[in-house]
Design a protein around this ligand. Structure first.
Ligand code: ADP
Length: 365
């Protein structure tokens, strides 16, 4: 299957503004009383539990593991159903450009997961990696590639969902997440928008957010102590908002920049490889040059826009019956039109912030 096809991503949360998935939190905002009765009612409602609680759950067999002591079985079930991502099938070659970042990750985390015997002691892997940079540059793809290339179980979660949806339950959820990751080790926990989970302390900070953050850091400190391989990969577009304690723990901090011309060209070729098109090598180089400042996601959006050109040329009355081979190929003119309507989503000022932060805190090999 093509990388650019829809590999289903089961994520507990979504980016702000995105349509949320089918996830049903056990306790919704507003009914999160601190008393246990309230929580039980919430969980029971979410799962349609019978009151006697004798119904066997699909993960009961796992719960016998001592690492699940004091962990809510309903939370474990949620993690298995909603945070576990069973299809992180991304290969390094699928990710255009980013040669340095890929090489660093290979050495720092993929090989250690494959060969824990060689990578121990001084060569021990980091517990946490931070991928920072503009949106749409491949950070999520890298998280998936780490998991699929190292054969690790992949957990994918959006941090804003932990803090906003799980009011009153966030700490429990973080504990359960790490417990499941340990049991399913080797594991990669990918946390999108990690800045919203591990932001700097402020006077207006909610008490529950502070508790989630503390729990997260405690859990992060605890991984790897029992020869379990759990790697946390955080992604952020706002590295400057990270709490200092969190930043220190995410020891490998890698800048994932906008793609350069060569990477844009590579991406373009990949995206067009399964399409009917007439672009020559020179045309592709022209598009790669014209898309200076585009993120990988912007290049993908441009290709989608250009791909609509041939469809828009079809007379609407023929749309229902036209044969596929009668749809004209995508041409350079479709891209010419596309570059005037699809604009880069990241501005220069933002880029400056990333390069400055990278100079201060970024780490490569
Ligand atoms: P991020 O996590 O950095 O916001 P994603 O990894 O979710 O970005 O990328 C969004 C989409 O943009 C991907 O599905 C892919 O189509 C495209 N994309 C971005 N960067 C790259 C890249 N370096 N190589 C290939 N595709 C990319």
């Amino acid at each position: 299957a093509s990388l650019y096809g829809n590999t289903e991503r089961r994520s507990l949360g979504t980016r702000p503004g995105a349509v949320s998935g089918k996830f049903v939190p056990p306790v919704r905002r507003g009914n999160s009383g601190d008393n246990n009765c309230g929580q039980k009612r919430g969980a029971a409602a979410a799962y349609g539990d019978s009151d006697d609680g004798n119904e066997p759950g699909p993960y009961d067999h796992m719960m016998a593991d001592p690492r699940f002591k004091n962990i809510d079985s309903k939370m474990v079930e949620l993690i298995m159903n909603e945070v576990l991502d069973t299809s992180p099938d991304v290969h390094w070659d699928d990710i255009a450009g980013l040669l340095d970042a890929k090489a660093t990750i290979q050495e720092a985390v993929v090989w250690p997961m494959l060969r824990p015997d060689i990578f121990s002691g001084l060569r021990g892997p980091p517990k946490g990696v931070l991928l920072f940079g503009p949106p749409g540059t491949g950070k999520t793809m890298i998280g998936k590639a780490i998991a699929s290339q190292s054969g690790a179980t992949f957990f994918s979660i959006s941090a804003s969902s932990v803090t906003s949806k799980w009011v009153g339950e966030g700490e429990k959820m973080v504990r359960a997440l790490f417990a499941v990751a340990r049991v399913k080790s080797p594991s990669v926990i990918f946390i999108d928008e990690i800045d919203s989970l591990l932001c700097q302390r402020s006077d207006t900070e909610h008490e529950s957010s502070r508790r989630i953050k503390t729990e997260f850091l405690v859990q992060l400190d605890g991984v790897g102590t029992l020869r379990e391989q759990v790697l946390v990969v955080g992604a952020t577009n706002r590295p400057q908002e990270l709490d200092e304690a969190a930043r220190r723990r995410l020891v490998k901090r890698l800048y994932i920049p906008l793609p350069d011309q060569q990477a844009r060209r590579q991406l373009l070729e990949k995206l067009l490889s399964c399409q009917n098109h007439t672009l020559t090598a020179t045309d592709m180089s022209w598009v790669a040059t014209e898309t200076e400042g585009f993120s990988g996601a912007d290049v993908a959006a441009l290709c989608s826009e250009a791909a609509m050109g041939p469809v828009r040329a079809i007379d609407p009355s023929r749309m229902r019956h036209i044969a596929l081979d009668q749809v004209r190929p995508i041409g350079i003119n479709d891209f010419r039109k596309g570059v005037s309507s699809v604009r880069p989503s990241v501005c220069q000022d933002e880029l400056k912030l990333y390069t400055e932060w990278n100079c201060k805190y970024g780490i490569t090999r």
